[in-house]
Design a protein around this ligand. Structure first.
Ligand SMILES: [Zn+2]
Length: 415
């Protein structure tokens, strides 16, 4: 393992084996920023012909956190802090990536270590912090990438320190974002940084660990064990995720799609159940109708049996020489049979009531509202014949001597 040994580079301390490369890129960056042109009339600042903007440091650190805390005071400190943290990390990470890309092209750099080496100098000249890379670092272009480094004079820690406010969480989130953005662009590997110790919360230095997103948590845990960092402090270390909000939005979207599918599935199921219920209902109606029909048929058969099997014999008996007493009994018998059958007759169709074919024709025409005279013409018989048929029909239907309209009665049989 390399022994910690820092160089006498102006603004960047790096392990010995990297010094040569760093010195070369640092000189390039130094020259780049020496050609400055401020042009307030035009409202522009340029270095080597590239336009820059100046931003007051505290407005992007402590004051930004304060403003968000005020804006989100109804949602609590934790949510306000997370939002500030994620926002600043994403912005700084994006700037770091873009600056790196632009610089690599200007310097015509292709080697990842050379690309990395330009970062700290650029970082220092643009006023973010100076950089001190620990020799335990392993900057390689794959998932094993590991960088442990300090940012002395971090603009973010200073903003808090100057307000005399000691935090209970690491504050140098833009430092984390920018450096991981630069290195990600240098090595072509996804990288994120967490600040494990921070001067703003009273630690000795602002120290960062950068690794692949899948490895970072493990690296932090290892470091905290070795550095005897208390669990209380360890659990307050924010592990950033570049554009976490996008992942959350995607998850939300996926969840929405999942819910919509679930609702559709349940709706389909309900529709099918409704269909089955409707079918069952129709089947039930058919069965009920059949039962009603059967009941009606049973009544009709009962009536027919009485009319055909009993009544003729009674009528024949009435023609014989019977005594007065027997006549009274016979009358009573007829009356009783009439009483039993009359409630059944009401709803029965005329064809079961012993109507002759001619009587059925007349009954049908009467039911259809044809007057006697017309019926007589249609059936080519006399009006008297029709009157006679009507009388017989009324008798057979049990309407004799009753104040019931024949047509209405025939219509009611159809219901
Ligand atoms: Zn810090």
């Amino acid at each position: 393992m390399n022994r910690i040994s820092y160089t006498d580079l102006d603004m960047v301390n790096v392990p010995k084996n990297l010094q040569k490369i760093f010195r070369r890129t640092q000189n390039y960056v130094k020259n780049y920023f020496s050609i400055a042109q401020q042009n307030p009339e035009k409202g522009s600042i340029e270095f080597s012909g590239e336009r820059y903007i100046l931003v007051r440091a505290a407005s992007m650190s402590k004051e930004f956190f304060d403003m968000m805390a005020l804006l989100y005071k109804d949602r609590g400190k934790k949510e306000a802090r997370d939002l500030s943290f994620n926002f600043l990390f994403d912005i700084a990470h994006s700037i770091g990536k873009a600056d790196a890309k632009s610089f690599f092209s200007k310097m015509k750099l292709t080697d990842p270590i050379e690309k990395l080496s330009a970062g700290p100098a650029h970082f220092a000249y643009t006023g973010w912090a100076s950089v001190k890379i620990h020799p335990l670092s392993n900057p390689v272009p794959d998932k094993n990438f590991y960088l442990i480094y300090d940012h002395p004079y971090s603009f973010e820690a200073q903003a808090w320190e100057e307000k005399g406010e000691k935090t209970n969480f690491p504050v140098c989130v833009m430092n984390s974002g920018y450096s991981s953005g630069w290195c990600e662009e240098s090595f072509g590997v996804s990288l994120v940084t967490a600040e494990v110790e921070c001067r703003a919360k009273g630690d000795r230095y602002c120290r960062f660990i950068m690794a692949h997103p899948s490895r970072l948590k493990g690296c932090i845990t290892d470091y905290c064990k070795k550095a005897y960092i208390k669990y209380d402090h360890y659990k307050k270390i924010d592990i950033p995720e570049f554009f976490k909000r996008k992942r959350l939005q995607d998850e939300l979207k996926d969840h929405k799609v999942h819910l919509e599918k679930l609702i559709q599935k349940r709706t389909d199921k309900l529709t099918k159940t409704n269909q089955r219920l409707e079918e069952a209902n129709i089947a039930l109606k058919v069965v009920l109708k059949q039962m009603e029909q059967k009941e009606k048929n049973d009544k009709e058969n009962f009536l027919i049996n009485i009319k055909q099997s009993i009544m003729p014999y009674l009528q024949e008996l009435a023609q014989t020489d019977i005594s007065r007493g027997q006549q009274v009994l016979l009358d009573q018998l007829e009356k009783n049979i009439d009483q039993i059958t009359s409630p059944l007759i009401g709803k029965l169709s005329s064809k079961y009531l012993n109507l002759t074919p001619m009587e059925i024709k007349v009954a049908t025409l009467v039911k259809n509202g044809v007057v006697n005279k017309e019926i007589a013409q249609i059936l080519t018989v006399s009006l008297n014949t029709i009157t006679s048929h009507r009388y017989k029909i009324r008798t057979k239907l049990g309407l004799k001597n009753k104040n019931i309209n024949l047509r209405s009665y025939l219509l009611s049989l159809e219901e």
